[in-house]
Write a protein that binds this ligand. Structure first.
Ligand code: THU
Length: 127
């Protein structure tokens, strides 16, 4: 549903994300592009920032991500870009809890138990 309302007139790549928070709250959003390309933002960051802005007291437990092109889900899963991985890592560190990542596509579903699997040797507060 979130991917359907993405604003992606430049790439035609519609990404949707949904963050599950404690108390079964779900926040969803999508990518928002801009004619000045770097001013746009990915679905994952947009969604996590909104979840953190609206429900700062609720721990994010999982994020689901999917993408559509020409009205169809991609054949295989897409996974978050580097900048989004860094933002998702911040959530794990802030709330001291692993964030499960669910990737959905036409042919496969992938479940990753922690963003640390996608961002090894990361820069964090301990650094
Ligand atoms: N995009 C996302 O929203 N999430 C990803 O994981 C990869 C890429 C967006 C950015 C841009 O609006 C479009 O997809 C094409 O890269």
């Amino acid at each position: 549903e979130a991917a359907k309302t993405a604003y992606a007139p430049y790439s035609g790549f519609h990404v949707g994300a949904a963050v599950l928070l404690e108390e079964e709250i779900i926040v969803s959003a999508n990518n928002q592009e801009n004619v000045a390309y770097p001013s746009g933002i990915c679905a994952e960051r947009n969604t996590m920032f909104y979840a953190n802005a609206k429900y700062p007291e609720h721990k994010p437990l999982a994020i689901a991500i999917t993408a559509c092109q020409n009205g169809k889900f991609t054949s295989n899963c897409i996974s978050p870009c580097g900048a989004c991985r860094q933002v998702l890592l911040e959530s794990e560190n802030r709330y001291k809890s692993p964030l499960r990542i669910l990737l959905y596509s036409e042919n496969e579903i992938q479940v990753i138990e922690s963003i640390k699997e996608l961002l090894p040797l990361s820069f964090s507060m301990e650094s």
